[in-house]
Design a protein around this ligand. Sequence first.
Ligand SMILES: [Zn+2]
Length: 227
Amino acid sequence: MTESGGGTRAEKIHRDIVRAILEQRLGPGTKLGEDEVGAIYGVSRTIVRAALQSLAHEGIGVIEKNRGAFVAHPSVKEAAEVFQARRLIEPAITELAARACDAAGAALLRAHLARERQAESEGDDRAAIRLSGEFHVVLARIAGHKIYENFLRELVARSSLIILLYRRSRAQCCKIDHHGALVEAIAEGRGAEAAAQMVSHLDEIERDLELVDTAIPVRPLSELLGG
Ligand SMILES: [Zn+2]
């Protein structure tokens, strides 16, 4: 995002859209009309375009010639590929996190876990879903590996779309007990064990998906963004 003067605003739009996806408010295939997004945020098309292009680069959005931009609609094949990629990098991230985790890192993980538990006990599904995805990104941050962190941020956002499309039930993507066990293993530096737990955690998320083609109702952007 190098648009002069528009970077910050384009980044905010980008961030809001990703957040809406992580909270599963903004579904796969939703049209992201330039004029509509521009009106919601009170910005020019140029700024909106910069935000939409960065989403497309990350595979979270798609831009179709003469049709405009949409939230991506991952296919069954892409869904399988996203989980393959996660199974490849997340055990590595988990091992690195276990190695790098100091008292501050452990406190950060436990605080995040507490927020996940609170959201769940309050029945705040949107926050619970977003926080459960962010947990994985926090691990990459503790691992201190920027490339993994950025890559994972994209994979987690794509996973949210995939879960929204393909989940068997309303159950959320991550089990907090799994996250709790991971936090303890990482905080105690048991890297190999934590990495194995991560693989079975991801396997379980994927098992809860029904990888067949589906469609979901699309709602107007004005109900989903801004505010
Ligand atoms: Zn998880």
